[in-house]
Design a protein around this ligand. Sequence first.
Ligand SMILES: Nc1ncnc2c1ncn2[C@@H]1O[C@H](COP(=O)(O)OP(=O)(O)OP(=O)(O)O)[C@@H](O)[C@H]1O
Ligand SMILES: [Mg+2]
Length: 301
Amino acid sequence: METIGTDFGSCNLKTSTGIIVPSKVTKCDSSFFGAEYLVEIEGESHIVGEGEYDTILDKTKKENFLPMLCLALGLSTHEQATRVVAGLPIGQYKSKEKEKLEQMLQDNKMLNFKLNGVERQIIIENSAVTAEGIATYYSLPVELRNGLRNKDIILLDIGGRTSDIALLKAGKKRRIDESTSLEVGMINIYKDVVNKVNSKYTLGLDIEDAENILKHGLEVDGEKQDTEFIKEILMNNIKKVFKELNVSYPVRTAPLLVTGGGGEAFFKAINRRYPTAIMAPNHMFSNAIGYKRVGEKLWRD
Ligand SMILES: Nc1ncnc2c1ncn2[C@@H]1O[C@H](COP(=O)(O)OP(=O)(O)OP(=O)(O)O)[C@@H](O)[C@H]1O
Ligand SMILES: [Mg+2]
């Protein structure tokens, strides 16, 4: 049976099958037409991928967990039965959150929903919850993993809302030694950028505009603006990550494995500071792929 890794990020929902959808859910009435993904559960309709970002950090409290789970599995498989592995940041994994998420997956074993009008029934035969950081290590191609075998590895995952750092000790079975979660992520940065731009130019841009400004610069009243102040915002944020790495992790002797959408965005700056940095291949999906591998080890048949 197939195992699907599902990464419920605060910015993007991602699966080991390569599905990526913004972590946004809007309730609507069933006559709504034109959304890319419409998920109907027990008579309630949800548009997934559009609307507001769910700003709750605790992933197990998301009231939108169920529509996102249905979408993730509905888009990932045509089968009626599947296995699912999800993950939590290391800090939450160690606490009660793990049991909560496990319970949520257990309680929603029988999924009955409509995806874009098509009736679906999916049974989750097995489910598990694992830690986010180690998953990226498991997602690495075998050659790369073998090359790192006898080394401690520092993992840095910069996502939408958090930056997670973990030290994976060398050894056959990897374990997490040190770990940190910082509130530094692309959404926080976008927010800082938009606030600054709005106050500086008296505009009403929102967070969705920030990515565009970062990529293409800022034009106001037909004139290109100096965006040096944006570089400052970026540096101020990434510096928090650098500081934590310098203080608590063996950055000069252990390779630094970087992943996440923010990891890619900042990779140049990271690599300049830490020559041992390597970008995880398939960085947007490294957690989801790792979850799948964890499941395949758990349920060998
Ligand atoms: N195809 C893509 N779709 C959406 N965002 C992308 C894509 N490629 C890169 N990005 C970048 O990735 C960032 C989000 O990163 P990522 O998906 O790793 O966060 P997340 O896992 O949802 O958040 P967190 O780990 O904090 O819960 C976006 O802000 C955007 O800059
Ligand atoms: Mg993430």
